[in-house]
Design a protein around this ligand. Sequence first.
Ligand SMILES: Nc1ncnc2c1ncn2[C@@H]1O[C@H](COP(=O)(O)OP(=O)(O)O)[C@@H](O)[C@H]1O
Ligand SMILES: [Mg+2]
Length: 349
Amino acid sequence: MKTPPSPPAPSKTLFRWQRAPLQNHLHALMPQWGGQALEISSQDLASNASFVNYVRHHRFTDPNTGKPVEVVEKSIRKIAFIGSQEARFHRAEGMLAGSTQFRYPSCLGVIETPWESLIFTEFVCGKPPRMQAIARQLASGIAELEDLSHAWLQAQPLGKAPLLWSMDFFRPWFLLRPRFNFDRCLPGLAQLGREDTQFAGLAERFDAFVPLMRKLAGEARRSPRCFSHMDYLRKNLFVNKGQLHLIDWSEVKVGRVGFDGGAYLGSLFRRKDMGVFLAAQSEFVEAYREALAERFDEGQALGNLRYVFLLTALFHCLRPETVEEYRERERMGMLREKYEYLLGACLEG
Ligand SMILES: Nc1ncnc2c1ncn2[C@@H]1O[C@H](COP(=O)(O)OP(=O)(O)O)[C@@H](O)[C@H]1O
Ligand SMILES: [Mg+2]
C-alpha cells in the first residue's frame, strides 16, 4: 500500500453548496498543503452500483513530503438531497480504529454538496480473494467488526440517535426492497412447477418460509446492534501480504450481530455449487463461534445469521432472472438441488 497523506487525517465531512474542481476539494480536506498546486493524474475505476456516478483513482505528489499519494474518489448521487449510507458511515469516526483483523483504507474525508457525496479514501493494492478460501479470515474480521461497532454504538450521545435510526436495517426504506421480499417470487415458482414437473409443488412448500422469516426478523430486531457491511463480494476485498482489506460501504446498515455472516454465506450460496458452499459454511461457522465476543449470545448471533442468509438466498434463487439463467445454462438440476437444501436444512434447522 502507498503511504497515506500525512498526517493521517481523521475522517471529516465538509459541506459545499456548489461543485468545485477536484484540487479545491483536496485542499479543503488537507489544509496542511497550504493550497500548493497539485499535479493530479486520474483514472476511472469500474463501478456498477446504482447511484454511484463514478469511482476514480487519483495520483499526485504530497507537496510537503514529496511522497506519492494515491486516493480514491467515489461520487454518490443524492436523491432529494439525502446523503448516502456510505457517507453517513464515514461519520462514525474512529469506530474501527482498533481493528486487528480486517484492514480498512483510511478516509480522508467526505464532501457533501446538494447533489452528491464525494468520499475520499486511501487507495488499496492487493488481489481479489477466492471467496470460499477466506471463510475463516472473514469470520474473525466480521466478529471483530461487530464487537467494535457495538461498543461504539453504545457510547454514542443522544444527538446521534436520528442518524443511526435512519440507518437501521429494519426501516421500511430498506425492508421494502425487492431483495428482502422473496415471497413476491412465489407465483413465478408456482408457474415453473406447472411447466416442469421437478418443480411441482415447491411454491406451496416455500410458503412455510413466510412465518419463519417473520419470527426470525422479530428476534433479530430485539438483538444487539452493530454495523453490518452486508456486501461481501470479491471486488470489495483485497488480499495483500496475508491481510484482508475491506472496502465499499454502500450497503452498510446499523444491523444486528450475525447479519454479516448471513450476507457472506448468502452470496456464496448464490454463486457456488453446493459442495463448495457447504465446506465454506462449516469453516465459517466454526471460526465465527470461536471469534464471537463474549458479550453476544451465540444462539442469537447464529439465528440472525440464518435470517440474513435466508433473506439473501431465497430472493436470489427464486427470482425469475436466476431461474432464466439456470435454464439457459441447462443447470436446472443444480437449481433444484439448491431449493431442496433451503427447504430441508434451513426450514428445519
Ligand atoms: N480504496 C480503494 N482502493 C483500491 N481500489 C478501490 C478502492 N475503492 C474502490 N476501488 C475499486 O473501485 C471499484 C468500485 O468501488 P466501490 O467502492 O466498490 O463502488 P461500488 O459501490 O460501485 O461497487 C472497486 O471494486 C475497486 O476495484
Ligand atoms: Mg463495490
